[in-house]
Design a protein around this ligand. Structure first.
Ligand SMILES: Cc1cc2nc3c(=O)[nH]c(=O)nc-3n(C[C@H](O)[C@H](O)[C@H](O)COP(=O)(O)O)c2cc1C
Length: 307
């Protein structure tokens, strides 16, 4: 998730049971023009394997060139974004979910990328563009024929953005239509939601997005439920706060204090969700400038939530 699932969050999620994570989406055009910010998204760390770098764009030759440059950094696979609804990605640049409107171009992109890299190439798509164009099944067939090794389907249209409902049926139909693994995505935010997604779609894996924000332990809870039908309680508050501090420490190590502290504000706010005094804690999070400020918030959270 762009602006959310940075290296620190991905590592913490992996350590809490996520099978793999994909990097924040990177512009193929930016990469081909040697833009430093885009290239930084392609950095691969051994701590994250198996790891996928994600690219967006709409020109097959530029996507292929960027994929080769991405591959040189050593990811385990390359994921092509056909789901991002953001205007900057899907409208001005014609990539992300805009590719759902042009399945032939989408397939040509996959073909071009598959041709030039050795690692598997996967695709992340939505249910369709809008209610009149719900073409995930057609697109999935095309990208599979073009060489995609796995397909993630977020069961919403671009027009829906992130609003309910998630179209479970279209994910099920994609699973029936292709032979490659299908990863089901959309509102998998609890162990029971994960089990329901598996049952109703027959998918091979489920993908968690926003459900991991401020609660990376969701992955171990989902795994425990799927493997043993056990509902694990949330960790005690002290443990949650230690996980938060660990995540922010990593952010500071990887991005430097200034950027890390700015970005920590939203992560801290997510970790405070549902706690007594959450509104006050979130307000405090909005002013974070240093690790000391985070410790103050953690102390306050502990004080307001004593049992
Ligand atoms: C802030 C934000 C950033 C996202 N960035 C990406 C991205 O870079 N690449 C991607 O494939 N999906 C991205 N997504 C979409 C999620 O991966 C996921 O498909 C979507 O949120 C639905 O899953 P959920 O209901 O579990 O959140 C993003 C979502 C959000 C909310």
């Amino acid at each position: 998730m762009a602006g959310v699932a940075d290296r620190a969050m991905r590592e913490v999620c992996r350590e809490h049971g996520a099978a793999y994570a994909v990097g924040e989406l990177a512009s193929a055009k930016g990469i081909s023009l040697h833009d430093k910010k885009s290239a930084a998204y392609l950095e691969v760390n051994d701590s994250e394997r198996p790891y996928g770098s994600q690219l967006f764009g709409c020109e097959p030759d530029i996507m292929a060139e960027a994929a080769k440059m991405a591959e040189a950094q050593g990811p385990d696979f390359i994921d092509i974004n056909m789901g991002c609804p953001a205007p900057k990605v899907a409208v001005s640049s014609g990539g992300g979910s805009a590719l759902m409107k042009d399945p032939d171009l989408a397939a040509r992109i996959v073909e071009a990328v598959v041709k030039v890299v050795k690692v598997p190439v996967t695709v992340k798509m939505r249910a369709g563009w809008d209610d009149t164009l719900k073409n995930a099944v057609e697109l999935a067939r095309l990208v599979e024929s073009a060489g995609a090794a796995a397909i993630t389907v977020h069961g919403r249209t671009r027009v829906q953005m992130y609003a309910p409902p998630v179209d479970i049926d279209i994910i099920r139909r994609v699973k029936q239509a292709v032979k490659v693994p299908v990863i089901a995505n959309g509102d998998v935010d609890s162990p029971k939601a994960a089990a329901k997604m598996y049952e109703e779609t027959g998918c091979d894996f489920v993908m968690v997005g926003r459900g991991a924000m401020g609660q990376p332990w969701i992955f171990s809870q989902i795994n425990a439920y799927l493997e043993h039908e056990v509902i694990l309680p949330d960790p005690p508050l002290e443990k949650k706060m230690l996980t938060l501090i660990d995540q922010v420490n990593r952010m500071e190590q990887y991005k430097g204090t200034k950027i890390a502290m700015m970005e920590a504000r939203k992560h801290v706010a997510w970790y405070m969700k549902g706690l007594n005094g959450a509104a006050e804690l979130r307000r405090m999070a909005g002013c974070i400038r240093s690790q000391d400020d985070i410790i103050e918030i953690v102390k306050k959270a502990m004080e307001l939530n004593k049992v």
